[in-house]
Write a protein that binds this ligand. Structure first.
Ligand SMILES: Nc1ncnc2c1ncn2[C@@H]1O[C@H](COP(=O)(O)OP(=O)(O)OP(=O)(O)O)[C@@H](O)[C@H]1O
Length: 246
């Protein structure tokens, strides 16, 4: 956290891809503060710069110009090594295509980031088992990703993103590959995380995902064209959202 109370803070952020004639400004002079515990949804037409923004927030891409701060630490100027360490410890990523390790079971996929962060095998196993229970997948813990449905895979990916108790979860189209029922499961998990005070930034094309957020930013041509608070439009801390076993 910094003095403004923001977990994520960016200033005058610009990202240009390519060179010369083919140069594209994907993010154009953007400023943003995400307070602790906020669930922020980012929407906008394809190619408007949503993923590029998310990647910069999590240190997966460096800005062309501007600053990115995570919990009071400036991250865009870190060395590659320090940046990788920061990502491992402080950011949980969830992608549309899941990106699970196909050779590892659900449990092993969730254990991996905990082990990489230096936890003992026993601690990592305990953490994975608690997280898989949290996303309703205890009964599938030994299954390989290929033996799971899309919704179940994404639930494993969310458990993995939470393994190191990240400062922020960054999700890029988390329901983009899922049917309605699986989308609802993911929404319930995000709601549960929000109630627990987890800071989340979710890039989505899905109105239902956006409607569940505290705040909605609309992007166009690399810029923010709208920033609306949705807090109060739905109750916080909805009970009975567990029971996702399946
Ligand atoms: N590595 C890259 N090299 C060149 N151009 C890129 C690269 N990544 C993104 N772009 C361009 O930057 C712009 C923003 O892309 P970005 O993927 O951030 O958009 P998006 O809003 O996430 O789109 P979508 O909703 O389709 O995922 C696009 O014009 C895209 O073609």
């Amino acid at each position: 956290m910094n003095e403004s109370g923001a977990v994520v803070r960016v200033r005058d952020l610009v990202k240009e891809h390519g060179q010369g004639e083919s140069r594209v400004r994907a993010v154009d002079e953007v400023g943003l503060e995400v307070p602790e515990g906020q669930m922020l949804a980012v929407m906008g037409p394809s190619g408007c710069g949503k993923s590029t923004l998310l990647h910069m927030l999590g240190g997966l891409e460096r800005p062309t110009r501007g600053e990115v701060w995570l919990a009071g630490q400036r991250i865009d100027t870190l060395s590659e090594r320090a940046l990788a360490r920061m990502r491992r410890r402080s950011v949980g990523f969830v992608f549309q295509a899941f990106h699970l390790v196909e050779e590892l079971s659900a449990t092993e996929n969730v254990e991996l980031p905990a082990l990489l962060a230096g936890r003992s095998p026993r601690q990592a196993r305990r953490c994975a088992s608690a997280l898989l229970e949290r996303v309703g997948l205890t009964a599938r813990a030994r299954h390989l990703p290929s033996e799971l449905s899309g919704g179940q895979r994404q639930r494993v990916a969310i458990a993995r993103a939470l393994a190191n108790q990240p400062l922020v979860v960054l999700a890029d189209e988390p329901t983009g590959n899922l049917d309605s029922a699986a989308t609802l499961d993911i929404l319930r998990i995000f709601e549960e995380l929000r109630s627990a005070g987890q800071t989340l930034v979710i890039v989505t094309h899905d109105e239902r995902v956006a409607a569940n957020a505290d705040r909605l930013i609309s992007m166009r041509d690399g810029m923010f064209v709208d920033d609306t608070s949705l807090a109060g439009s739905h109750p916080r801390g909805l009970g009975g959202l567990i029971g996702l076993e399946g």
